[in-house]
Design a protein around this ligand. Structure first.
Ligand SMILES: [Zn+2]
Length: 479
């Protein structure tokens, strides 16, 4: 259905990855002719930064990473262990010209990729609060076609990838455009489809169940979403809880984003939001609530008890004047490992980037509590993967999927740092956040090499995004 669009923006034939190997200053050496190298050696990056199994952030120097069939099979000191080059198809040199830092690909826990075409500073012009912005958004979204959603999602996911994000929890009401876009750009996407949607009132739990029945056929991982708890009736909540249990799927929803939404939840369900989740059997470790701004002490206690994942979105909350996330309550309940970060859509944040969101989190709470950089790093990586129950992502360890972001050390976002205490690199990355990755690997495949996207031609993509945006603007009735 999107063939002509795909032909416009796609760089290579499907199933082929073109590494720009002949470029000057490339770090790539192809040992075999296999374009889709399955065995890759990341040779001596200057630093590897990752949370370990116990949740402690580690910085390792001069270790190499061996990858086979999409997974990390070994991390070793090349000075102590002889490398068997037999079978290695591609070598990435992480040591030369100042070296490379490798981090896990970041995890973006809340975004609405089909809304990327709404990016334009004018969209927020009349947005005096979230309610007004939602109204303006809806006028634009209701004019969008599946093709618009597809090109939008390609734009969104590739921008995330340039910012080092390899896993995305998408929350939206359409399925196929997200499925096709994720497949094109190879992003790990949890495709949470709204059973109750503001923008798509025709959506139902039955619609989502039909997708779940066929879930093994799809590239994206299907999950269930509802826009907010108060927009669903008790019958729908019961049905959603059944679906989640029957198909062992993740569930996500906006929770207590504004004071008004808490009020509406009280009116509709006679209770606060987390209590409502508990009542309908939707409070468990497969649930991810976004925002969680207006929560009581008791509710945060329930979040901890039921191990519910929480996505903190400080930029969105500031821009929409929604309020301030109760970080101190999470600290009090020892529940900070349940917190991850998300970008929200382009109308709620300047860029689809998790590093700058970590900085926003630090700034938002600094008067009351300093969130250490190690803690923020976990919010960008392992906490999110754990909330998604992806126990083989979000860390750089043997047995984990090779989702890796490669950052140049000789870079204004990184230097100068304390060589004696390289964890200072983390502080630099976060405070100078928003730098593009040099290279990006997802499931063992390089999606970005030498700062260039291997699958999508960005200039052509920009042309399509602009064209589609302008056409939608023409269709939106003026108020
Ligand atoms: Zn949202």
């Amino acid at each position: 259905m999107y063939d002509h669009l795909r032909n416009e923006i796609q760089r290579t034939a499907p199933g082929e990855l073109a590494y720009p190997l002949k470029e000057k200053r490339s770090r790539y050496t192809h040992v075999s002719d296999n374009a889709q190298a399955r065995t890759v050696l990341i040779h001596k990056p200057k630093y590897i930064i990752t949370a370990d199994k116990k949740g402690v952030v580690q910085v390792w120097s001069n270790k190499s990473i061996l990858i086979r069939d999409g997974s990390i099979i070994d991390i070793f000191d090349p000075a102590k262990k002889k490398i068997d080059f037999n079978g290695i198809e591609l070598i990435y040199d992480g040591s030369k010209r100042g070296g490379i830092i490798v981090t896990p690909g970041f995890v973006n826990m809340h975004t609405h990729p089909p809304m990327y075409l709404l990016r334009s500073s004018l969209m927020l012009e009349k947005g005096e609060n979230l309610e007004r912005s939602l109204k303006d958004m809806f006028a634009f979204e209701s004019q969008m076609t599946d093709e618009d959603f597809f090109v939008s999602t390609v734009g969104d996911l590739t921008e995330e990838q340039k910012n080092g994000i390899t896993t995305t929890l998408s929350h939206y009401a359409v399925f196929e455009p997200i499925e096709e876009a994720a497949k094109l750009v190879r992003q790990n996407v949890v495709n949470a489809i709204s059973a109750v949607s503001n923008s798509h009132p025709e959506n139902t739990p039955e619609y989502v169940e039909n997708l779940l029945k066929n879930r093994k056929k799809y590239f994206t991982q299907i999950a269930v979403a509802i826009h907010t708890i108060h927009s669903a009736t008790p019958q729908v909540l019961k049905k959603v809880a059944q679906l989640v249990k029957k198909y062992k799927t993740l569930f996500t929803t906006h929770v207590a984003e504004t004071q008004a939404s808490v009020q509406r939840n009280l009116e509709v369900h006679g209770d606060r939001t987390v209590n409502t989740l508990v009542r309908y059997g939707l409070a468990h470790s497969g649930t991810i609530m976004s925002h969680g701004v207006h929560l009581t002490d008791e509710e945060v206690g329930l979040v901890k008890k039921h191990k519910i994942g929480v996505v903190h979105l400080p930029t969105s909350n500031k821009l929409h004047k929604s309020g301030e996330f109760p970080y101190l309550l999470f600290k009090k309940h020892k529940a900070t490992d349940l917190i991850s970060l998300g970008t929200d859509s382009v109308i709620s944040k300047n860029s689809l980037d998790i590093l700058s969101e970590a900085l926003q989190a630090r700034i938002m709470h600094q008067d009351k509590s300093v969130i250490f950089y190690e803690e923020l790093f976990k919010m960008m990586t392992s906490n999110g993967a754990d909330s998604l129950q992806m126990h083989d992502r979000g860390r750089i360890l043997p047995g984990f999927k090779a989702d890796l972001a490669f950052w140049k050390v000789r870079d204004r976002g990184i230097m100068p740092y304390d060589e004696e205490n390289p964890v200072t690199l983390l502080g630099n990355m976060i405070t100078h956040g928003g730098r593009d990755v040099r290279d990006l690997m997802i499931n063992g495949e390089f999606v970005i090499s030498n700062r260039r996207h291997n699958l999508v031609a960005e200039t052509e993509l920009m042309v399509e995004l602009q064209k589609h945006h302008q056409e939608i603007r023409r269709r939106v009735p003026k108020d």
